[in-house]
Design a protein around this ligand. Structure first.
Ligand code: SAM
Length: 288
């Protein structure tokens, strides 16, 4: 083995441990307790990795950093442990499903932000929202909670997630406005019914997506909005590869916003916009 390769791997392995020590220190700052001697070593490790930078951070600054570190470790270790696993989105673990639901509910807050400067999207929040791939209902519940005039149809094909979604909805104050169904989006009934639809494209093949957009367009009211997220593809080449891997391993196929824009345009959507976020990019448009 060349000395250069072994040196590079040694450097990267060291960087992974540094990130772990930084994450551990941030968790301890947020209230997790540890043995004094261990805590002291963690502090020493952070000083060597970052200097004294962490001491100035407040709670609001720590939270997003912890999310980034957590994502890096969860994604990397899953890829490393199971590089050959089948590409699909089939999570059995109930805690993980619930955690993903909590995380994905933020997507609806981003939609509310976009609606605040787009009157026709704001108007779509007084109608019926289609949440495709509702999982445990994170997005559906946030929609019902924040938009009192909105009814929600929440559909999914994954029974373990739907069971949890039913519990979450029943335990909420919004059960009367959320209709949960086991339904494949490619079998959605024609409308006109929906003023807003959410289609997470990163879990679907191109062929499913084409059928899904056809069905959603046929089920939507005139002027109905479709918001279709995909994982953001960073400019930096290595992180762009990671983003494509994330999509492919989730059972998705479309990795470029331009591809998704073309799919929407071909099915009658107009005023198509692309809103790039750190993790997800929203491609959105409304029916002419
Ligand atoms: C990451 S999960 C969504 C998480 C969700 N927002 C939550 O709050 O839990 C993506 C979901 O899309 C669902 N899905 C994939 N293909 C689908 C299809 N053809 N029709 C409906 N749902 C589908 C999967 O079963 C999965 O539950």
């Amino acid at each position: 083995m060349s000395a250069a390769i072994s040196h590079r791997i040694h450097e990267l392995a060291r960087a992974a441990r540094m990130l772990a020590v930084i994450g551990a220190a941030l968790k301890l700052r947020s209230g997790a307790g540890a043995d004094n001697a261990i805590e002291e070593q963690i502090r020493d490790g952070v000083r060597l990795a970052l200097g004294d930078a962490l001491t100035d951070l407040d709670h609001a600054e720590i939270a997003p950093l912890l999310v980034e570190i957590e994502m890096a470790f969860v994604e990397s270790s899953e890829l490393f442990r199971k590089p050959g696993r089948t590409a699909s989105w089939k999570v059995e673990d109930q805690d993980l499903l619930q955690a993903m639901g909590r995380a994905s509910s933020n997507a609806f807050d981003r939609i509310l932000g976009l609606a605040s400067t787009r009157p026709s999207l704001q108007a779509a929040l007084d109608g019926v929202f289609l949440d495709v791939g509702t999982g445990v209902g994170g997005v559906a519940l946030r929609a019902a909670q924040t938009c009192p005039e909105l009814d929600v149809d929440a559909i999914d094909i994954w029974e373990p997630a739907l069971r949890l979604a039913a519990e979450n909805v029943a335990a909420s104050a919004h059960a009367g406005r959320i209709q949960l169904r086991r339904l494949d989006v490619t079998e959605l009934d024609p409308g006109p019914r929906y003023t807003l639809a959410w289609l997470p494209t990163m879990f679907m093949t191109l062929s499913v997506l084409e059928q899904a957009i056809d069905r959603i367009a046929a089920a939507s009211c005139s002027g109905g909005w479709l918001i279709a997220p995909l994982y953001t593809r960073p400019d930096e080449p290595f992180m762009a590869v990671m983003s494509s891997l994330r999509t492919l391993r989730s059972g998705g196929e479309v990795t470029q916003a331009a591809q998704l824009e073309a799919l929407l345009r071909a099915r009658g959507y107009v005023d198509i916009e692309v809103d790039v976020g750190p993790i997800a990019t929203f491609v959105m448009g409304r029916l002419a």
